[in-house]
Design a protein around this ligand. Sequence first.
Ligand code: FES
Length: 181
Amino acid sequence: MTDESRRVFLKNAGTALGVTAAVGCGFSLYAMKRTWDPLPSVVAGGTTTVDTKPLLAGVPGQVEYRGKPVFIMKKTSTMTANDDRDVVVDGARFTVLLLDCTHLGCVPIWQHGVFHCACHGGAFDGDGMHTFGPPPRPLEIPPFRIDGARLILGEEGPEYRQLREASLALDSGQGEGQEFG
Ligand code: FES
């Protein structure tokens, strides 16, 4: 191979490598964006308003509420209804949970129907009830008000107050005798 042909070969190989890397990077960014796409929401004056109409059952999503992530998922007809934890908006049941571990505040990750907290191995079930490890309480349901199909995080409506009382009752029953760490 002459010097000239070697130079052309290396130049073409470099270009091909650059294109491959760019395409791969593009696919990764696209996949990340699809995974972390936030739900359509409006943030104003300390509240986050979510229009639940376009949300699909069984598809987890996330919004930001006062700087913290909130998990929102419409339940499918095969998921177990939980009158003490479900947020019912316009006739549909939703799981709405502040992703703020009740142990030391890490962000639990939704995986295969449960929430795992990587910091100290805590776990919560699909309704946010603590099932394993050091978390002393269930994941919190942020304050909310319902206006038609809109869920307004940051305002306390009667449905929220009712769930909060049920949650406190559940917690005092489940939390007894559970000392960790
Ligand atoms: Fe979640 Fe410790 S912060 S288990």
